[in-house]
Design a protein around this ligand. Structure first.
Ligand code: IPD
Ligand code: CA
Length: 262
């Protein structure tokens, strides 16, 4: 089928895809069978049963659109298109299997290297986050913005394997929720002020939608050297990421993660 991706109504297509993923996965929430290992993904992690069935549905539905797809388990499916969708059908699959209700469907669409649409659907709250580059970020259709707070009142999610541990004493709250895409959406809507993952472990498929949504909500997304995070169209590249609602908090995070104190 030769659909022109610029004519596709992406918000409708992606929302209905997220709802269809929800229909096939939610009966497995918190069940051990959801976590059965069914293979290994392109970046070497195990593929769980729930990852596989959700990705199969996503691939079936996106392939007919003729775009390239980069998805967490299979990696790149190159259709020779200018458009590429970076998808993680379930971000937070450990939480899903364990019955912790923090996980989401994550989708970001690029035209060549430029983001053109991003969305994240949190199955349990039924919250749908979107970003339209140049037009802002939205939660269920209502514009959202980051909500800066002085460090002593800030809440930060923090994955560092022990590095930069001094940050714990410089902010009010630390949260580690186990689904980085969701944590970035919370930053975008103003309920977290920072998200730090400096394990050189997350991949663009985990954070593409979150990055676009945070930036459109007025937040900053850089690496540990303060350079803007560049999203590659890959399910394998490992990266570091520091997202913050404002420069004051970012400065403190960078001081701590780059301090000799570890
Ligand atoms: C994981 C989650 C988790 C992060 C891991 C990711 P997955 O994604 O986002 O928060 O710490 O690095 O791999 O595997 O559940 O899609
Ligand atoms: Ca996943």
């Amino acid at each position: 089928m030769n659909l022109d991706p610029s004519e596709v109504v992406w918000n409708e297509v992606v929302f209905s895809l997220a709802k269809d993923v929800e229909k096939i996965v939610m009966s497995l929430f918190g069940k051990p069978e959801a976590g059965k290992t069914v293979g290994t993904n392109v970046s070497g992690d195990v593929t769980k049963y729930v990852d596989k069935i959700s990705e199969d549905l996503v691939l079936e539905r996106l392939k007919v659109l003729g775009i390239n797809i980069v998805s967490e388990e299979v990696g790149l499916i190159d259709a020779g298109s200018d458009y590429t969708a970076l998808v993680d059908p379930i971000d937070g699959s450990y939480n899903f299997v364990a019955g912790i209700p923090i996980f989401a469907f994550s989708f970001a669409l690029f035209r060549r290297e430029k983001p053109v649409y991003a969305a994240l659907y949190e199955f349990v709250t039924e919250n749908y986050y979107e970003a339209i580059p140049g037009h802002g970020a939205f939660l269920n259709g209502t514009p959202i913005k980051v909500s800066p707070a002085p460090p002593e009142r800030a809440a930060v999610s923090f994955y560092t394997r022990g590095k930069g541990i001094g940050l714990i004493q410089r902010v009010k709250r630390i949260r580690v929720l186990g689904a980085i895409a969701v944590e970035m959406a919370y930053l975008a809507k103003g309920t977290l002020q920072g998200v730090v993952d400096i394990r050189n472990y997350v991949r663009p498929t985990d954070v593409a939608a979150g990055t676009v949504i945070v930036r459109e909500a007025g937040g900053i997304v850089v690496d540990e050297t303060r350079r803007d995070v560049k999203l590659t169209l890959s399910a394998e590249d490992k990266m570091n990421l520091i997202a913050a609602s404002d420069w004051e908090l970012l400065k403190i995070i960078l001081e701590e993660v780059n301090s000799d104190g570890g």
